[in-house]
Design a protein around this ligand. Sequence first.
Ligand code: FES
Length: 362
Amino acid sequence: MHSRQQPLHGNDPARAVEAICDHFGRDRTRLMDIALEVQRRLGHLDDDTVDLVARALDIPRVDVKSLVTFYTFLRHEPAGARTIRVCDDVVDRHQGGDAVAAAFEDELGVAMGQTTPDGDFHLDWTACIGLSDQAPGVLVDDVPMTNVTPWKARWIVRELRRHGDPRRLVRELGDGNNANPLVCSMVRNNLREAGTVHFTDRREAESGLRMALARDPLDVIDEVERSGLRGRGGAGFPTGTKWRLARNAGGGQRYVFCNADEGEPGTFKDRVLLTKRPDQVIEGMTIAAWALGASEGIVYLRAEYAYLRPYLEDVLRRRRRRGPSRRPPVPPGYACRRSWPLPTGTASTATSCSPSAGWRAG
Ligand code: FES
């Protein structure tokens, strides 16, 4: 079975934590990155480790403890070398998720929420992981597994016991950019029909950005207001009004956030947009940045989509390489950040998570 991550500096957690905090410049806004790396090295963040991190960053221990106990992907207790998460939302249950969970339990010999006695596996439920169009969905660490059956669940465990590498479970790649080597996932986009706005191939790449950059930012806001465009997050707030309010707000630095932290049961639209049209996502953010006078943008990526991070960072790199002469520029501060799932049963919104709870690309 896959061996556990060897601790840094032998068995000295204090030195390991110090080294990790040094690596991140002891920057308290990088707390999520630091916690993630400490967990990767030490397996979990117990009370002693929480104290070490708090001391190294010179922040109250409650800041660290609340982070570790709030996000389900961070572990306060020891857990297995591999974590298998089975979606327990309604879509998956209708698609046979309970039988899948039972097969995992039987094959591993533990119940949901438990770790195998050899420490190789931790098995747990999770809320929607953005695979609702191909449920039952399962995450093995950060590798998504789709259309899982009881037979496939047993096969996953047996394969992992043999070689320990979740990426080797992906035999068939999904369509679109899911087949990109940097994504390399079995997830499919499941697009049946391209509309006139989304997924159409008739649109000239970057044409919206070129038009926006040729105009005054206030004209861009006027145009967006006239278009009637509204947010798709549920409230349907008029986008032009939001942009005008943001532009007129006091203060200096402005940011554009892309909330890629969808988590409501049955959803997967953001996953499709990110994998099918990442350039359009960045283009839209850049138009917003021009209109608002923002110089930094952040893609707030949920932990369940961590496998998309290298791909999205590559999109940003490619756009930067293209350079200002060919437009569009990506403002130098643009970064991917990773968000973390809220505890099961809690609604997930971007505003419920601190912007500091993530990592910057590069
Ligand atoms: S993946 Fe299970 S409800 Fe979305």
